[in-house]
Design a protein around this ligand. Structure first.
Ligand code: G3P
Ligand code: MG
Length: 251
């Protein structure tokens, strides 16, 4: 049995919380996504030096915050002081880097379903998978669990060990020829991959396996419609406002 989300898969996930309309991986992004009418969001989660899961994409702080250095070497007390708005969207300056706990609480309050992408710092793959899966079990204990994905097989395997019922997604830039082996071993639900280079052969094989395919990052409404027509189940978008009208037609 492959654990599936207890919520219907929507056609669209706002990428990194709110897409390009707010600083990535922030609570402000979640609010924007909900206000637009998105039903689901994707965000990236990494551990701090204290082993706490935070929403951040890069292994280092420079691109998205006013801090510097490695996330995995930064304690919670310092991460909590950083500004995740000023570098990306000055209008959002002062916006904090959220913890997974804060994002989970806001997703639940806003009625947003989530795809939590485990983004382990190099060397921390299994630990991150285990800690994030345990945290999800606590944070979503009274509601349907999010879909959890990662480019790291080790992270997903560790998550599966501690959370036998968690819905998992295998994430690849391009699925390898032998994608079924890790997919089956993890009892994964879905395959997530880049829209570029997605082959019809793979879509046929995924469909035969009963595996929904989710593609990143699609910002153009015509490209989105073509992917949905080809059988892609859902898209991650930085421009959800452009894709939402078409997503409604395909839902
Ligand atoms: O989870 C899909 C997508 O977010 C993977 O790429 O680099 O944006 O996390 P990235
Ligand atoms: Mg991501």
């Amino acid at each position: 049995i492959r654990p599936a989300p207890a919520w219907p898969l929507p056609r669209l996930f706002a990428h990194r919380c709110g897409g390009a309309l707010a600083p990535e991986n922030t609570l402000a992004g979640l609010v924007v996504a909900a206000r637009l009418g998105c039903r689901a969001v994707e965000f990236d989660v990494m551990l701090s030096a204290d082993g706490t899961p935070w929403l951040i994409h890069d292994e280092t702080l420079e691109r998205t915050t006013d801090g510097s250095g490695r996330v995995a070497a930064t304690p919670d007390v310092l991460l909590a002081k950083l500004d995740a708005g000023i570098r990306q969207h000055p209008a959002f300056s002062g916006e904090p880097v959220p913890t997974l706990a804060a994002a989970a609480a806001l997703c639940r309050r806003l009625g947003l379903q989530a795809n939590v992408e485990i983004k382990p710092a190099s060397g921390y793959e299994a630990l991150t998978g285990e800690v994030v899966a345990r945290a999800i079990g606590e944070l979503w204990r009274d509601s349907a669990a999010p879909l959890v994905s990662s480019f790291s097989f080790a992270a997903l395997a560790a998550a599966r060990c501690v959370a036998p019922q968690l819905p998992l997604g295998c994430l690849w830039t391009q699925p390898p020829a032998d994608w079924r082996a890790p997919f089956d071993e993890l009892r994964a639900f879905s395959v997530h991959c880049a829209a570029e280079g997605l082959s019809d052969n793979f879509l046929v094989a995924a469909s035969a396996a009963g595996a929904p395919v989710l593609c990143y990052t699609v910002n153009d409404a015509e490209q989105a419609a073509a992917l949905w027509r080809r059988g892609v189940s859902a898209l991650f978008s930085d421009r959800p406002e452009r894709l939402l009208p078409a997503a409604a037609l395909h839902d």
